[in-house]
Write a protein that binds this ligand. Structure first.
Ligand SMILES: *Cc1c(COP(=O)(O)O)cnc(C)c1O
Length: 381
């Protein structure tokens, strides 16, 4: 179905942060399948893990457990725990970010409350429940009525959040950085204030780390686990391109959903779980969080230009605001120059490259950037 409009290219092969189209033209991939290809393309550790798991046990049903799904759940609880000690937690494994969020949304209903607070410019997915939490009118309006009782507050405004939460609020759902909006970074202390307010009213704090989690910002989670959120959802980068989603319930929130409350046929599939374990192991073994921090800082520095109004982000999740509505033209100019980047709005460009992006690839993009902008502004004027 034509839900995406015309494709920009037909890609046939990838290696590291590089992809090739059907004509053999090579591109540096600075989008990484929208923050998904954490290990780049065709990473041997991921290929081996998926191949070996498929050769051993490819799928069972959720009537049975498998080693990889149990090990993955344990790892995710560990990533959501502060240094001071491992938290009690339970995990629901799914196949996408939207599905991870659907599980979290259903968990919030089991509090006995239905009111939810989300943020303006948020993105939580396109299924009916996750769409109900997504603010963008153009995505929502064709599908109303959506599951209700959602209030949207300006992102980053702690006072507005505090005013919106009361004793009937089931949960506050926030992205630690808003990726789809073009990488909005909240002021320091915003998430801590969200934790304080939710705790005061007995509401859950649910952090959507679908885009920001798993090393993307240079940390396992963009939020500090010592904040002790109740629900954390992951997906995009978690299995490096193999479909997966995870809803982590911490403390009491891990017990909200019980037998019969939710299900999935494919979620927790051993191949997806093995892929995620390979991603987590490789991020650790190759020190990719530190690498993302360093290469991301270099990119943000080097993107400065008279037409660049602002550069935002952390690690390898980077948003660029241009001083005119030429972001789509910049994407086209970049593609012609051999680079894949993404427009999140008329004047907003996003970079979310593989965490394995080399310094040389980053430098080649920075060297091409002024000419890309020249072409985009020429085309746009
Ligand atoms: C991409 C995204 C989702 C939706 O994930 P899908 O896998 O596309 O369903 C949800 N939340 C955030 C923050 C995202 O970036």
């Amino acid at each position: 179905m034509n839900t995406f409009g015309p494709p920009k290219l037909v890609l046939v092969r990838g290696e590291g942060a590089h992809v090739w189209d059907e004509d053999g033209t090579e591109y540096v991939d600075l989008l990484g399948g929208i923050a998904v290809n954490a290990l780049g393309h065709a990473h041997p550790a991921l290929v081996t893990a998926v191949t070996e798991q498929m050769q051993t046990l490819g799928h069972v049903s959720n009537f049975f457990a498998t080693g990889p799904q149990v090990r993955l759940a344990e790892r995710l609880i560990g990533l959501c725990s502060p240094d001071s000690g491992r938290r009690d937690g339970r995990v629901f494994l799914a196949n996408s970010g939207s599905e991870a969020n659907e599980a979290a949304l259903k968990a919030t209903r089991r509090t006995g409350r239905t009111k939810l607070v989300s943020a303006a410019d948020s993105f939580h997915g396109r299924t009916m429940g996750s769409l109900a939490l997504t603010s963008k009118a153009a995505y929502r309006e064709p599908f109303e009525p959506l599951p209700g009782d959602v209030t949207f507050v300006p992102y980053g405004d702690a006072a507005a959040l505090a005013a919106a939460v009361d004793d009937e609020t089931a949960a506050v759902v926030l992205e630690p950085l808003q990726g789809e909006a073009g990488v909005n970074v909240p002021p320091p202390g915003y998430l801590a204030e969200a934790r304080r307010v939710t705790r005061e009213h007995g509401a859950l704090l649910w952090l959507d780390e679908v885009q920001t989690g798993i090393g993307r910002t240079g940390r396992w989670t963009a939020h500090d686990p010592s904040l002790e959120p109740d629900l954390v959802t992951f997906a995009k980068g978690l299995a490096g391109g193999y479909p997966i989603g995870a809803c982590v319930g911490l403390g009491e929130a891990g017990h909200l959903l019980g037998p019969g409350n939710h299900g999935t046929t494919f979620g927790g599939n051993p191949v997806a779980s093995a892929a995620a374990l390979a991603v987590l192991d490789t991020i650790e073994a190759e020190d990719l969080r530190a690498h993302a921090t360093a290469v991301g800082a270099r990119l943000r520095d080097g993107l400065d230009h008279p037409h660049v109004a602002e550069v935002r982000g952390e690690g390898l999740l980077i948003g660029i605001s241009l001083d005119a509505e030429v972001a789509p033209a910049a994407v086209a100019a970049a593609q012609d120059a051999g680079f894949i980047i993404n427009a999140t709005g008329p004047d907003r460009v996003r970079l979310a490259p593989p965490l394995v992006l080399t310094e040389a690839d980053a430098e080649s993009f920075l060297a091409a950037w002024p000419a890309i902008l020249d072409v985009a502004y020429e085309a746009g004027s």
